[in-house]
Ligand binder design. Structure first.
Ligand SMILES: *[C@@H]1O[C@H](CO)[C@@H](O)[C@H](O)[C@H]1NC(C)=O
Ligand SMILES: *[C@@H]1O[C@H](CO)[C@@H](O)[C@H](O)[C@H]1NC(C)=O
Ligand SMILES: *[C@@H]1O[C@H](CO)[C@@H](O)[C@H](O)[C@H]1NC(C)=O
Ligand SMILES: *[C@@H]1O[C@H](CO)[C@@H](O)[C@H](O)[C@H]1NC(C)=O
Ligand SMILES: *[C@@H]1O[C@H](CO)[C@@H](O)[C@H](O)[C@H]1NC(C)=O
Ligand SMILES: *[C@@H]1O[C@H](CO)[C@@H](O)[C@H](O)[C@H]1NC(C)=O
Length: 678
């Protein structure tokens, strides 16, 4: 349990030094800043890369919010469609825990709540990959404190959990071995093709499929899910269910420690489930992998000096420490970094060495747990806050992509010794398969969310001149954390915790501060329903159309596909012809009379692409057989926004079709990303 640190009951004297949220959001998010206003906590720090990547990661979060219309929002992994997603929604569940843990810091709870509804609803296949969904919901509850939203999913959580013991449910790619009491999985279905187990099971020949193994990952995931179910069951008064899952978690913890901890390698490693001519059931794999830290991501291991010694490996340049990122396994492995798989001549994903944001995220969370609440392990002297800060800084640097001239553009994996992306396929830019915001807030700044009525802040930041995190919505309150090493930034030396604008705890050092906090309801979720969304091409109504002949159907569909991003690296738009004085339109046909009163238009303007917003635009609706201009509210049409949302509201009309009409400027195209109608 958490030690309950210091002090401070009554508000202390002191005026808070509020950041100018508008200025920060405009600086980093440009004309799209209004989307983020009041939706995200603002943050600044003297460590420039952390600050820049923090906002980039929120832009990534925003870009991956896919509006499914009536089904609400989900978070996507690849920014655009890939063949192995669950269609037409574009769901891939293996990164859902990160999506939920990032989303829990959005002040707008809609994103994580809508997503959890989908994840535990009928449109997802929960055994698509190993999953930590119940834990993801629990982690969200720790921040927002809204119990009813979390417990509403309890029954579904139990059902998904139990399915992992049923090979007809998992399709035989994972399961539970009664004789060992542990879960096994095919590495591909653990999101990690080409690991030691799958490569060695093939005799070094391949490793995309096969290599089923008892892995530290899936057993830690199920441990976390069992704990989440147990905790939520207790909070909803179901003591029996709570006790059952607490015991399940305890047994899994014990068996993971007993069987997957390897005293020779001093690490949690896989054991083979598969037996074939190359490998044998229950044999340990022959090397260390980064996945061996996942037990700490979910607080599984006991706090002991023996287990703590595993943390030496990520500091050793001959083991898991690359100079630009953590390696997924070690150079001593015979098939380390051997490239097996290509798309054409371009390397495909493999986890036999490359640095991988997915697991770096897990390791940072794991290490934050160790430094926060593993006193024996922390005192063992193996790893420290200094190492945490170095790893976080190294991870931040990985976001600056040398294949794209150093801009912020996170891809799938990297050479751990150079920081150069390995997989840079058409699908790869701005990949959301990891976390970062959560590491900054719960690790670096140290907001440790809790089920109790307590606000616990334990910064892992070390040797930093200043930071301020402002307006985290925690248990219904606005929470801000500020550090100023010498008082020169905020005119107040030290660490301060503010609740609803009042300083409630402070220290002159970076140390844990804990305060009691009452729980209040956060603002109700606002769920405007977009009526224009069409998830898949050629799927009936709503349907898009344009006035221009020869346009690609896929481009037309992009405009109503529920996805909005302004990154130029991946297409998500329809380009009009070059302006020649003629007006063009984009039309949404609902298929039947539909009430609409508002639109959100996303125009992109990318340097070097010969595009610009139109000088003027208007919205029309079909009234009988006649196109009529809508009656715009307020001061008429606002100026079109470049790389942001242009809002239009009008007196509601009932119609089957709506058009956006405009004339591209002379000599340039208009790039229409999305036309949403409400
Ligand atoms: C905050 O920044 C905005 C945009 O830079 C500026 O217009 C505004 O005056 C600033 N507000 C304050 C209180 O300084
Ligand atoms: C075992 O290894 C050999 C040598 O690489 C390979 O040809 C064979 O396919 C492997 N067996 C299996 C079941 O993968
Ligand atoms: C597992 O549980 C048994 C029985 O309670 C206990 O003796 C043993 O120390 C535990 N082992 C580990 C590694 O936790
Ligand atoms: C740990 O794993 C290595 C590599 O597979 C193996 O040689 C060793 O016997 C294992 N150690 C124990 C104590 O099982
Ligand atoms: C909390 O922060 C939000 C966003 O910055 C602000 O709109 C709201 O007024 C704040 N509420 C309180 C009680 O300070
Ligand atoms: C789409 O618009 C074109 C005019 O550009 C028109 O000829 C065509 O009939 C429309 N298609 C549908 C399905 O309405």
């Amino acid at each position: 349990m958490k030690p309950k640190g210091l002090i401070a009951l009554a508000p202390l004297l002191g005026v808070s030094h509020a950041l100018n949220a508008t200025a920060l959001l405009e600086k980093y998010l440009g004309p799209d800043a209004p989307w983020y206003t009041d939706r995200i906590p603002v943050f600044e720090t003297s460590i420039q890369s952390l600050e820049e990547v923090y906002y980039y990661r929120w832009s990534l979060f925003r870009a991956h919010q896919r509006d499914l219309g009536a089904l609400g929002y989900i978070s996507t992994e690849f920014i655009n469609d890939v063949g192995w997603q669950t269609s037409p929604w574009a769901i891939l569940i293996n990164a859902a825990n990160y999506h939920l843990r990032e989303g829990r810091w959005a002040r707008d709870r809609r994103f994580k709540e809508d997503y959890a509804d989908t994840l535990f609803g009928p449109n997802t296949y929960p055994y698509q990959f190993s999953e930590v969904l119940a834990d993801g919901v629990w982690q969200g509850y720790l921040v927002d404190g809204v119990l009813s939203d979390a417990t509403a999913r309890l029954e579904a959580m139990v059902s998904v959990y139990e399915g992992w013991s049923d090979e007809t449910a998992t399709g035989g790619v994972g399961g539970f071995d009664d004789s060992k009491g542990l879960y096994w999985i095919q590495p591909l279905d653990d999101a990690t093709e080409y690991t030691i187990s799958s490569i060695d099971a093939s005799g070094g020949y391949d490793g995309f499929l096969g290599g089923e193994a008892f892995r530290p990952s899936i057993n830690a995931y199920q441990f976390a899910n069992a704990k989440a179910i147990s905790a939520l069951a207790a909070l909803s008064g179901n003591e029996q269910l709570s006790a059952t899952y607490a015991a399940t978690a305890e047994t899994l913890k014990n068996l993971t420690q007993t069987h997957l901890w390897n005293t020779t390698l001093i690490h949690f490693i896989d054991r083979f489930y598969v037996t074939n001519e190359n490998v044998t059931y229950w044999d340990p794999i022959r090397g260390r992998e980064l996945v061996g830290y996942v037990p700490w991501t979910h607080d599984l291991p006991d706090d002991s000096a023996a287990y703590a010694s595993a943390w030496t490996h990520i500091l050793d340049a001959n083991e898991l420490a690359g100079s630009h990122g953590l390696r997924t396994n070690e150079p001593s492995y015979e098939f380390y970094m051997r490239q097996y798989r290509y798309e054409g001549s371009s390397p495909e994903c493999q986890w036999n060495g490359p640095a991988w944001p997915y697991q770096i995220t897990q390791v940072l969370t794991a290490l934050a747990n160790v430094l926060d609440h593993y006193p024996v392990s922390s005192a063992a002297g193996v790893i420290s806050k200094k190492d945490y800060n170095a790893l976080l800084a190294q991870y931040a640097e990985l976001h600056y992509n040398p294949s794209y001239g150093g801009i912020l553009n996170l891809e799938e994996d990297y050479n751990a010794d150079t920081g150069v992306p390995i997989v840079g396929l058409a699908r790869s830019p701005h990949y959301f398969h990891s976390g970062f915001v959560d590491q900054v807030i719960s690790g670096f700044v140290g907001v440790r969310p809790a089920a109790e009525d307590v606000l616990d802040v334990n910064p892992l930041a070390d040797d930093v001149a200043y930071f301020r995190l402002q307006d985290v919505l925690y248990h219904g309150h606005n929470v801000s954390i500020q550090w100023d090493a010498d008082g020169s930034r905020y005119a107040a030396q030290g660490l301060r915790v503010e609740v609803d604008g009042e300083v409630v705890a402070r220290s002159d050092k970076l140390t844990r501060l804990s305060v009691d906090i009452t729980r209040v309801d956060p603002p109700a979720i606002n769920r405007p329903l977009a009526k224009s969304i069409q998830l898949a091409l050629d799927s009936g109504f709503p349907a898009g159309n344009v006035s221009v002949s020869g346009a690609e159907a896929a481009d037309i569909h992009d405009v109503i596909d529920g996805r909005v991003w302004f990154y130029p690296e991946i297409k998500n738009w329809w380009d009009t012809p070059v302006g020649s004085g003629e007006s063009v339109w984009y039309e949404v046909d609902f298929g039947s009379e539909t009430e609409v009163s508002r639109g959100e238009i996303a125009f992109a303007v990318h340097a070097g692409s010969n595009v610009d917003v139109p000088g003027e635009y208007r919205v029309e609706y079909l009234d009988g057989t006649e196109w009529v201009g809508v009656e715009v509210e307020g001061d008429g049409y606002a100026e079109a926004v470049r790389n942001g949302i242009t809002d239009v509201a009008w007196a509601a009309v009932n119609t089957q079709k709506v058009r956006l009409v405009f004339t591209p400027k002379e000599g340039v195209k208009v790039r229409l990303v999305e036309f949403k109608l409400f």
